[in-house]
Design a protein around this ligand. Structure first.
Ligand code: SF4
Length: 312
C-alpha cells in the first residue's frame, strides 16, 4: 500500500518536472487568461479551421523573411502562392492576390531603402530562470532579425497591418516584443526595436501605402522588467499545467481588441468538435484528454454564461 503511494507520488513528481516548451504566444494568452494559456500550450488544442486573416499574415511574413534572406523576388512570390493552404476558391484567390500585391509593394520599397540586416530571422530556446532559480519551462520562439541603424543593433519586428497604426513609443504593454528583446539582449547588445511595417492593400502601388520603419530605443531597465514580469507567470503556469483547477477563466478577455478568443467554443459553449490536438505538448493524449475532462466537468464557466452564449 505504502509502496503504491510512493510510486504514485514519484509519477506525479516526474510529471510536474517534465521539460515543458512554451512560446511567446503562450505567455500573451496566459497573462490575460490562465485558461487560454493552458489550452494553448498544456492540452495544446487548436481550432480545426484557421482564421483567414492569420493565414494571410502568416504567408506574407514567410515570403518577406525569404526575401530578406535570399533577396530573390520570384522565389519569395512563389513561396507565398505555392504554400498557401487550400481549398482554393474565389474568396481565397482574392486573398492571395492582395497578399501578392502587398509583397510586391514591400519588395519594391525595400529594394530602394534596404533594411540592413546583420542577423536573419532565427529561433531561440532559453530556460525560464531567475536569480539562479529554475522551472522546467523553456521559452522557444523566434526573432525576425537584427538590423543595424546609426551603428547600433535593433531587433526587427515585422508588422503586417494598416499604415496608420501609431507606434510612436516603445511601450511596456508591448509584452511580446519586450520579451523577445530581453532574451536577445542576453546574447547581443541591442539599442531598441525597429517596427518594419508591411502594409496590406489591394493593388501594387509602390508610391502609396507601402509602410515605413520606426526605430525606437529602449533601456536595459525595460528589458529587465519584462523578464521580471515573466517569472511570476511562469510559477503560476508551472502549477496550472498539472492542476486544471488553477486554469482560471477570465471572462473579460474573451473578446479583447475586437478579436474573439480562439478557445471560445470550447470554453464557453463546452464543445470540442471544432478543435484538434496539435503537437508540442509533452503530455500524452490521454493526459490531455483527462485535463479537458476536468475543465468540462468543473464547469468553470458558469451555467448562466453558457446559456447566454448558446441562446439563438
Ligand atoms: S474564452 Fe475567455 S475565459 Fe475562455 S479561454 Fe478564452 S479568454 Fe479565457
Amino acid at each position: 500500500m505504502l509502496a503504491g503511494k510512493c510510486l504514485m507520488f514519484l509519477v506525479e513528481t516526474l510529471k510536474s518536472t517534465k521539460i515543458f516548451p512554451t512560446n511567446i504566444t503562450t505567455w500573451c494568452f496566459f497573462r490575460t487568461c490562465r485558461r487560454a494559456g493552458v489550452l494553448h500550450s498544456v492540452v495544446a488544442i487548436e481550432p480545426k479551421t484557421k482564421n483567414q486573416h492569420i493565414i494571410w499574415k502568416g504567408q506574407l511574413l514567410k515570403a518577406v523573411r525569404h526575401w530578406h534572406k535570399y533577396g530573390h523576388r520570384e522565389q519569395a512570390e512563389a513561396l507565398l502562392v505555392d504554400t498557401w493552404p487550400g481549398p482554393w476558391d474565389l474568396e481565397q484567390t482574392s486573398y492571395v492576390d492582395k497578399a501578392l500585391a502587398s509583397l510586391r509593394a514591400y519588395m519594391n520599397r525595400d529594394a530602394h531603402q534596404p533594411l540592413e540586416l546583420i542577423y536573419e530571422a532565427h529561433l531561440f530556446q532559453e530556460p525560464i530562470t531567475r536569480s539562479g532559480r529554475f522551472t522546467p519551462l523553456f521559452l522557444t520562439d523566434g526573432v525576425d532579425g537584427v538590423a543595424i541603424h546609426n551603428n547600433k543593433a535593433y531587433l526587427v519586428v515585422h508588422r503586417v497591418g494598416p499604415e496608420l497604426e501609431d507606434l510612436s513609443v516603445f511601450s511596456q504593454t508591448e509584452f511580446a516584443t519586450a520579451l523577445r528583446a530581453s532574451y536577445l539582449s542576453m546574447k547581443l547588445e541591442i539599442a531598441g526595436v525597429v517596427y518594419n511595417r508591411i502594409v496590406l492593400h489591394d493593388s501594387e502601388t509602390p508610391e502609396n501605402g507601402v509602410g515605413k520603419r520606426q526605430y525606437l530605443p529602449f533601456g536595459q531597465d525595460q528589458l529587465a522588467a519584462s523578464r521580471n514580469r515573466l517569472w511570476p507567470l511562469a510559477k503560476s503556469f508551472n502549477l496550472a499545467k498539472t492542476r486544471p483547477r488553477l486554469a482560471k477563466a477570465n471572462d473579460a478577455a474573451c473578446h479583447q481588441d475586437g478579436k474573439t478568443c480562439p478557445f471560445y467554443d470550447f470554453c464557453v459553449k463546452g464543445t470540442l468538435k471544432n478543435y484538434r490536438f496539435k503537437g508540442g505538448s509533452p503530455l500524452s493524449d490521454e493526459e490531455r484528454a483527462d485535463y479537458l475532462d476536468v475543465l468540462l466537468a468543473k464547469k468553470v464557466v458558469p451555467k448562466n454564461k453558457i446559456r447566454q452564449a448558446i441562446k439563438p
